[in-house]
Ligand binder design. Structure first.
Ligand code: SF4
Length: 142
């Protein structure tokens, strides 16, 4: 598996068109959202509670920011700062830009907002510089 604590930036963080394309794939295939993480978005979270098999209140805590696919390392932060990133309304006009921090999702190959989520959420994140070695060892042993 890739190590996103060093090396070149993921291409998607340097290519807005690719980023928009990958976001749209993730929306269709894994219901990435919700459009407005600050709003109740009841239907979205009911659907996620069914997918995750937990109460809706718990599903709301299962977000990109603590997902095991979400990289939040110094390198990713620098990549996102050095290159213009897609804004949520560019992905979909109904999407709200919350100004929340973002990281890199290694499953869907997208920069994602910490407060959104998708059907493929799994525990173990965020993957920080301090956690990266341990995380990669765990993945290899799986
Ligand atoms: S896999 Fe995880 S980090 Fe990637 S979009 Fe889904 S919830 Fe977010």
């Amino acid at each position: 598996m890739e190590d996103y604590t060093k090396g070149p930036c993921p291409k998607v963080l340097m290519d807005k068109n690719l980023s928009i394309r990958n976001h749209r794939i993730c929306i269709v295939k894994a219901d990435l959202g919700p459009p407005n993480p600050r709003a109740p978005e009841e239907l979205f979270w009911i659907k996620k509670s069914i997918v995750f098999g937990v109460p809706s209140s718990m599903a709301r805590q299962m977000v990109c920011g603590n997902c095991g696919h979400y990289w939040k390392t110094l390198m990713i932060d620098k990549c996102m700062k050095d290159h213009e990133q897609v804004t949520p309304p560019e992905v979909d006009p109904s999407w709200v830009d919350t100004g929340d921090g973002g990281g890199y999702c290694d499953l869907w190959d997208i920069p994602c907002t910490a407060s959104r989520t998708c059907d493929d959420w799994e525990p173990g994140g965020p993957i920080t510089d301090a956690r990266a070695k341990e995380h990669m060892a765990e993945e290899e042993n799986d």
